[in-house]
Design a protein around this ligand. Structure first.
Ligand code: AMP
Length: 227
């Protein structure tokens, strides 16, 4: 980044499950040198380490429902207050409801910060279903593959770090339909929320990974003069 002095960048990646937030968020994190915070990953880490929060979150996640706002907000804000986020962060999967977005605004304001831009990855539901139900992920490096669209060189093995790939429990077809329903009722209103304050930037997320990446970097340049 060419900006001088103390800058901070708070980017939100919006979009349905499977829209590419994880993949693009990792790319932007490397490109900008700021961490990506994925609320879903934070919950999965808690589940994996069998914490109380993990046990609570698991019951909601398994059903394709959202974890209650208060729990989610405090978990994400704790993460955001860690020193590696002092120059900003890329939020992936948070906020997901209007109350979460309002809480985020308040919390950032208290820290004399604000949202820089909201990048909305738009993808048709039919494509999301196809992407999620064939998705395989690497537990170690987080890379994402797809049985048909982006198969790994060796089935079940990550191309990047050689670790074993897994399928998310909530990527099963019945849960996917539920998650899409939750998305359209609870998360889509955020597009309007951010559009009316001029922060929403829509990108066609149905394109290839490289094309979406190009559009996102272009948006950072034109909207924020970054990169
Ligand atoms: P993700 O990995 O972003 O698809 O999130 C997986 C699951 O974690 C979601 O289906 C929700 O159950 C839960 N989750 C993640 N982020 C949030 C959030 N911001 N608010 C409520 N629940 C969330």
């Amino acid at each position: 980044m060419s900006n001088q002095g103390m800058w901070s960048l708070y980017l939100i990646l919006l979009g349905g499950p499977g829209a590419g937030k994880g993949t693009q968020g990792q790319m932007l994190s490397t490109y900008l040198g700021i961490p990506r915070i994925s609320s879903g990953d934070l919950f999965r880490e808690h589940i994996h380490s069998r914490t109380d929060l993990g046990r609570l979150a698991q019951s909601f996640i398994e059903q394709g429902a959202l974890v209650p706002d208060d729990i989610t907000i405090s978990m994400v804000m704790d993460r955001l207050d860690r020193p590696d986020c002092r120059r900003g962060t890329i939020l992936d999967g948070f906020p997901r409801t209007v109350p979460q977005a309002e809480a985020l605004d308040d919390e950032l304001r208290r820290r004399a910060k604000q949202i820089s831009l909201v990048l909305d990855l738009q993808v048709a539901f039919q494509i999301l279903i196809e992407r999620l139900t064939g998705r395989w992920l690497c537990r170690v490096c987080g890379a994402s593959f797809h049985t048909k669209l982006r198969p790994p060189a060796m089935a079940g093995i990550c191309d990047f770090c050689g670790n074993t790939l897994f399928q998310r429990e909530d990527d099963h077809p019945e849960t996917v339909v539920q998650r899409l329903e939750v998305y359209s009722h609870q998360t889509e209103p955020l597009r309007q929320f951010y559009a009316q304050v001029g922060l929403l930037h829509v990108v066609d997320g149905g394109q290839s990974v490289e094309e979406v990446q190009r559009d996102l970097i272009q948006a950072l340049k034109t909207r924020l003069g970054v990169g």
